[in-house]
Write a protein that binds this ligand. Structure first.
Ligand code: HEC
Length: 132
């Protein structure tokens, strides 16, 4: 009985410790550099992606304002956020981002983000999509 309680307390402490150790993702240090490298070329207010969708990733405020149809980031819920869904291959193939059609691939810019980059954006949204 006592051993059981001790075991439970230890697992709770370990669990808390692990979650406590989970890194807080930073918008400016982690997320903006990914968007700048892979998305800004089209989503820069004047680019192809901004003209068609209205989405600019030039700044935190732009990212949070979303497209002409509405937000693409729902703080706290990556699964409801199109910014995450389009990079994590959870949407129709035509709107996966960055678009990997022949033209963009030939220009060397249609490659999907790495697992690590996708996870950073997911965690940033799930941690509240803060301007940190
Ligand atoms: C080669 C140009 C190009 C690049 C690079 C690009 N996009 Fe796009 N993006 C577009 C176009 C064009 C649309 C409009 C697609 C449509 O509405 O059919 C779009 C639409 C979107 C949308 C709106 C989807 C919706 O309907 O809600 C999101 C979110 C998005 N892009 C995110 C990104 C992200 C994140 C990156 C970087 C990983 C990225 N894009 C890179 C061209 C681009």
């Amino acid at each position: 009985m006592t051993a059981n309680i001790v075991f439970r307390l230890c697992s709770a402490a370990l669990c808390f410790g692990l979650f406590g150790c989970e890194r807080q993702v930073s918008y400016s240090d982690d997320v903006q550099p990914i968007l700048t490298e892979s998305c800004l070329v089209c989503h820069n207010r004047a680019g192809e992606g901004s003209v068609t969708s209205g989405l600019s990733v030039s700044s935190y405020d732009d990212v949070l304002s979303g497209t002409s149809l509405g937000p693409v980031v729902i703080p706290g819920s990556s699964e409801s956020s199109n910014l995450y869904r389009v990079i994590a291959m959870k949407t129709e193939p035509e709107i996966r981002m960055p678009p990997h059609h022949d033209v963009s691939l030939a220009e060397g810019r249609g490659l999907p983000l790495s697992e690590e980059q996708i996870k950073l954006i997911k965690d940033w949204i799930d941690q509240g999509a803060k301007n940190n």
